[in-house]
Ligand binder design. Structure first.
Ligand SMILES: [Zn+2]
Length: 316
């Protein structure tokens, strides 16, 4: 059978994940590199170095996923809320360097496609992917196809304003959903309790330093039974559930897949999320059940999806 492979790249705020895969999704090489987040001139060389590190003779296409607004047709990163990079003509440059087709997509769209083809939503034609890490990204699959919108910009669910006077967001607005319901929100709330609860689990795990508190650290404390950490996750879970209910009201998917750190956090976050979801959804008692499940492809979902989209593009 066809042994054609793609290189899939996922450019995140701190890491660039690179892998090589077949159209069936079997991954044979995966590597991770740091992202030069505050240096636009270093962006392209870093991405090309990551591609070179997993390149092989049987590779026929390159797919790149990254957070932000992507001009999918032109393969241009227009802007990204959490890096300084702007107007980066990725497809044009990478295509010239490696002499093969290059696709560029939003990272959550890529992860949604990977979960839809090979992961938690593979049995469903209509799914919503909610990737909750530092921010919140979204990917919508309807009728077995990615919903891209008129300009390829659909799915920016993290930047719906839910608290007009809330914290300033990387996009320039205040109170976006990702500011109150992401790993960032968990870390911010956790840092806030370090001083008030110096003997609590969060303060202990962070050695008393609020700046060392991360979403993962608070999740770890909650899993160990710390009540303060549990309340923080319950509150963020509630905000997530309310937002997911709004999206299900609009999209009516068969399943919602929660990816990123929130998917990995498990029931400490997903249980309050489901309660708030059911309480906030219009007519929850008369609708078919919409399962809310953790993603199954883990941190590689974005790179796998980017690679699959690149192979789809060359297959026509
Ligand atoms: Zn925003």
């Amino acid at each position: 059978m066809s042994a054609r492979r793609a290189v899939g790249i996922d450019v995140g705020g701190t890491k660039i994940a690179a892998l090589r895969l077949t159209s069936g999704g079997s991954v044979d090489t995966a590597k991770v590199f740091p992202t030069p987040a505050s240096d636009q001139d270093a962006a392209l060389p870093a991405i090309e170095a990551a591609i070179s590190a997993v390149m092989d003779r049987d590779v026929v296409a390159i797919g790149i996923g990254m957070a932000g607004l992507i001009d999918v047709r032109g393969g241009v990163l227009l802007m990204t809320p959490n890096l300084v990079w702007r107007d980066l003509r990725l497809a044009e440059h990478v295509q010239a360097t490696f002499d093969m087709p290059v696709t560029v997509d939003n990272d959550a769209t890529a992860a949604a496609w990977a979960e839809s083809r090979l992961g938690a939503s593979r049995e469903y034609d209509d799914s919503l992917f909610v990737g909750v890490g530092t921010g919140i990204g979204g990917g919508i699959v309807a009728g077995g196809r990615i919903v891209r919108g008129a300009h390829g910009l659909a799915g920016e669910i993290g930047h719906v304003i839910v608290e007009p006077d809330g914290p300033l967001c990387g996009c320039g607005n205040r109170g976006c959903w990702e500011q109150v319901a992401s790993g960032l929100a968990i870390a911010r709330a956790g840092a806030g309790v370090v001083e008030d609860h110096p003997n609590g689990a969060i303060a202990r795990l962070a050695d008393g330093d609020p700046e060392r508190v991360t979403g993962e650290l608070v999740t770890e404390a909650a899993r160990a039974g710390d009540a303060v950490a549990g309340r923080i996750l319950a509150e963020v879970g509630r905000r997530l559930g309310e937002g997911v209910a709004g999206l299900v009201n609009i999209l009516d998917p068969e399943i919602v897949v929660i990816g990123g750190g929130a998917g990995e956090a498990g029931e400490v976050l997903l249980a309050p999320l489901r309660v708030a979801f059911t309480a906030s959804l219009e007519g929850a008692d008369v609708r078919p059940d919409v399962p809310i499940v953790p993603a199954s492809l883990g941190n590689d979902a974005g790179a796998i999806g980017a690679g699959l989209l690149a192979l789809d593009a060359v297959a026509g």
